[in-house]
Structure formats: C-alpha cells, structure tokens
Design a protein around this ligand. Structure first.
Ligand code: HEC
Length: 107
C-alpha cells in the first residue's frame, strides 16, 4: 500500500511540474527575441509608425513596395516628394513617410 501511494505521489508531482517547466522556457525565449530586436532597431515614434502605415497603404499601388534600404538617404530625399505627389499625398503625409524612411535607414 505504501508503494502505491508513493507511486501516485510521484506521478502527481511529474504531472504538476511538467507544464510549469515548459512555460518558463517559453518566457525566456520571448524575452531574448525582444532584446535582440531592440538592439537592432529602436521603437518607432508615433510619426514614424504612421509613416509606415501610409507607406504600406499608398506606395505599393503602381509598383511593388520598394525596399527602403535599396536607396540611399540622398536618393530618398528626392524620391519621397516626387512619389508623394504621384500618390496625391499632402505635406503632412509626405513628412511622415520621410520620417519612416529615415527610421528604417537608422538616421
Ligand atoms: C501613381 C503611381 C505611383 C505611386 C502611387 C507611387 N509610385 Fe513610386 N514610382 C512610380 C513610377 C511610374 C516609377 C518609375 C518606375 C519604377 O521604378 O517602377 C516609380 C518609382 C519609384 C521608385 C524608384 C525610384 C528610382 O529612382 O529608381 C521608388 C523608390 C518609389 N517609386 C517609391 C515610392 C513611394 C515611397 C511611394 C509612396 C509615397 C510611391 N513610390 C508611390 C509610380 C508611383
């Protein structure tokens, strides 16, 4: 009888402990990913993230969405005003897109 009780207690312990261990491992993984991302790129400001939304909504209509890192900052200062008028965006929207481009290039 003692043996059976011991076996049941051991089983209960295993069942109780297994999911907890898995959870802990998961949390550690997520934290590591977030830290790595934060080191590579800072969080965008409100203006920059609004620019991202505008870019994704308006800049892939006539051609594929262009990869920002394919062009230099110097090129973008000419491209954005030109393309913003193609896309019929106003000055505020244009400057938000410019802010997003700068953020992407880490400027
Ligand atoms: C009304 C259509 C239209 C819209 C909207 C538009 N573009 Fe363009 N874009 C063009 C055309 C046409 C070209 C020249 C052909 C090409 O490179 O695909 C071009 C070219 C480009 C190029 C390449 C420039 C180069 O010198 O090689 C980039 C970068 C670009 N667009 C970015 C944007 C961005 C950013 C937006 C949003 C603000 C945008 N486009 C919206 C029509 C448009």
């Amino acid at each position: 009888m003692k043996k059976v009780f011991f076996a049941l207690t051991t089983l209960a312990l295993i069942v109780a402990c297994t999911p907890k261990t898995a959870e802990v491992v998961e949390v550690v993984t997520v934290t590591t990913e977030e830290t790595t991302e934060a080191l590579v790129m800072r969080k965008p400001s409100v203006e920059e993230s609004e620019g991202m939304t505008l870019y994704n909504a308006h800049c892939g209509k006539c051609h594929e969405l262009k990869t920002i890192s394919d062009y230099s900052m110097e090129r973008w200062t000419k491209i954005v005003p030109n393309m913003a008028s193609q896309a019929k965006l106003d000055a505020t929207q244009e400057s938000k897109i410019m802010a997003y481009v700068k953020w992407q290039l880490g400027k």
